[in-house]
Design a protein around this ligand. Structure first.
Ligand SMILES: O=C(CO)COP(=O)(O)O
Length: 145
């Protein structure tokens, strides 16, 4: 599965802790991240991630593009709800694309844990199917409504 890992600054310690705890699950998947988050995770765990740009410089949008191309299966995005982000529109757009294409997204560690346990026991098999059929959520019209 292709998994995106993103965390705002106040949540970076959390995502590092999460990555360390679930290293055995994460190591079997393709990992993608925004710039600084990926650097922190790989330094702490040795996991190899494809690192996009930093969030404020377009990283969220690059991950969004993967979602739109049906190339992302799970998004773990540890958001900081208490700090204003300069790139809030990009953050909202990423969440919106997950809803458009029916991609599971966790925005805090508690939900991420539930999803990672589901991933471990095979609950994401539906994503393989969607990828093979090229389908997404049933919302994949031409957008010209
Ligand atoms: O800002 C982010 C997500 O919106 C995260 O970006 P960094 O991982 O580069 O800090």
């Amino acid at each position: 599965m292709n998994i995106a890992m993103i965390a705002h600054d106040e949540k970076k310690d959390d995502i590092v802790q999460f990555s360390t705890a679930y290293l055995n699950v994460l190591k079997d998947h393709e990992l993608f991240s925004t710039g600084t988050t990926g650097k922190r995770i790989s330094e702490a765990t040795g996991l190899s991630l494809h690192r996009f740009r930093s969030g404020p410089l377009g990283g969220d949008q690059q991950i969004g593009a993967m979602i739109a191309e049906n190339n992302m299966d799970l998004v773990l995005f540890f958001k900081d709800p208490l700090t204003a982000q300069p790139h809030e529109p990009d953050i909202s757009a990423l969440g919106r694309l997950c809803d458009v294409y029916g991609i599971p997204i966790a925005t805090n560690m508690a939900t991420a844990e539930v999803l990672i346990h589901g991933l471990k026991k095979g609950d994401f098999a539906f994503r393989e199917l969607r990828r093979q059929t090229g389908g997404n959520s049933g919302n994949e019209g031409d957008g010209n409504n």
